[in-house]
Design a protein around this ligand. Structure first.
Ligand SMILES: *Cc1c(COP(=O)(O)O)cnc(C)c1O
Length: 392
């Protein structure tokens, strides 16, 4: 009997400890963990530098109010701004908080320049921005909003298709009251679908034309996951606001909103806050993660090894064209799209001691730690090949 509410359909495995890419279960099995807390443990489990950071900082200071200076947070914000498009950062604790804060920044900016009726946010239907009341209505997925009405106003939706036009009717969806377009650079929960660079450029062009803001949700695809620090970097598009979370804490809850100078002007004292956001313990961990991941060499290695992995997966797809429809994704945000429901496939992977997780559209989502080793990729590939052979 479990006293936890039944909002999760949990697998019957529990873990004692983790090390790097592996998890060790209470029934003494060793699993290759290519879920990593859903893109959260970006440096694997129990990374020595993160262990040391937590140990050292926990003896000094965990939490103080944002009413005071927090040097660890100053350092992380500076580092994030120096390495990216951003001029200012606002710390939160999770992805949903970060996307909601991003919406608040966009609305407050227009309010502050006297355009008080510009407040609507245009999102992709069936995308994912988190589970809070506003975020589910931003995502516009019936599965998430059912039963949680009344509907939160202020969100409009466009479709994102694999065929052309990719965003049908988008210009007509932008009203005089639209403040921003908010999309995930790579749709994660939605089935690992990167928005092509051309389409991102097109979105930016429309934003410039209509004088509205571009919010790119990099909660899942950011912080090195795509092989670049941010997934939008290779398109050369500059967003106005970027919510981040998952990978930046390496397993410790951190969320943040990055923004440019223009939109930051609306965030005056008292306009937003968070009790836990930006606490010294979280910020110390964030600084260690940032030092490792923002390094060019580290990111080049993510690019190199993820290309190797994708190549191998594409070979498997060719070998089992009746099982695998498509290999999708970029960097270490990878989706194996099956023809059939993915439940059995994922279960067989677990039986072979490889952990993965589902995404929409029959996709098996694969999220290795960013410091995964080549022989661990080889091991995963072997297991995936074996399971494909059992499926057909
Ligand atoms: C996971 C995710 C969120 C929500 O993050 P939480 O920490 O679960 O609130 C928001 N946006 C995207 C793109 C995500 O993948």
């Amino acid at each position: 009997m479990s006293y936890l509410a039944k909002n999760y359909n949990r697998k019957k495995i529990a873990f004692k400890y983790g090390k790097g890419s592996f998890l060790y279960s209470t029934d003494n099995k060793k699993y290759l963990d290519f879920v990593q807390g859903i893109a959260v443990n970006s440096l694997g489990h129990a990374h020595p530098k993160l262990v040391k950071t937590i140990k050292d900082q926990s003896k000094k200071l965990w939490h103080v109010s944002n009413a005071f200076q927090i040097p660890e947070g100053e350092k992380l914000a500076k580092n994030l701004c120096k390495k990216t498009f951003a001029d200012y950062v606002m710390f939160q604790n999770s992805g949903a908080e970060a996307t909601e804060a991003a919406i608040k920044v966009a609305r407050k900016y227009f309010y502050s320049i006297g355009k008080t009726n510009k407040n609507r946010i245009l999102c992709i239907k069936n995308s994912f921005h988190g589970r809070t009341i506003a975020a589910i209505y931003a995502s516009g997925s019936k599965k998430m909003t059912d039963g949680f009405g009344p509907k939160v106003p202020g969100f409009d939706h466009i479709e994102f298709r694999d065929s052309k036009p990719r965003f049908p009717n988008i210009r007509n969806k932008i009203k005089k009251t639209t403040a921003a377009i908010m999309v995930e650079t790579i749709l994660g929960e939605g089935g690992i679908k990167p928005i092509p660079d051309k389409c991102l450029k097109y979105l930016k062009k429309i934003c410039n034309e209509k004088k509205i803001l571009l919010i790119l949700d990099e909660v899942q695809c950011g912080i090195g996951r795509s092989g670049d620090f941010f997934a939008f970097e290779q398109s050369k598009v500059k967003p106005d606001i970027v919510p981040i979370a998952k990978g930046i804490g390496g397993g410790f809850p951190i969320g943040a909103v990055l923004m440019n100078k223009k939109v930051a002007s609306g965030m005056v004292p008292g306009s937003h806050g968070s009790t836990f956001g930006g606490n010294p313990l979280a910020m110390s961990v964030g600084n260690t993660v940032m030092d490792i991941i923002s390094n060019k060499k580290f990111l080049n290695n993510v690019k190199k090894l993820s290309k190797y992995f994708l190549l191998k997966l594409n070979k498997i797809q060719k070998k089992y064209p009746n099982v695998i429809k498509q290999i999708r994704g970029r960097g270490f945000l990878i989706g194996i799209q099956l023809y059939k429901d993915q439940t059995e496939f994922i279960k067989k992977l677990i039986d072979n001691q490889l952990l993965t997780i589902r995404a929409a559209e029959n996709v098996v989502r694969i999220l290795p730690p960013l410091n995964v080793k080549k022989n661990e990729i080889d091991l995963a590939t072997k297991i995936i090949d074996k399971v494909c052979s059992q499926i057909k």
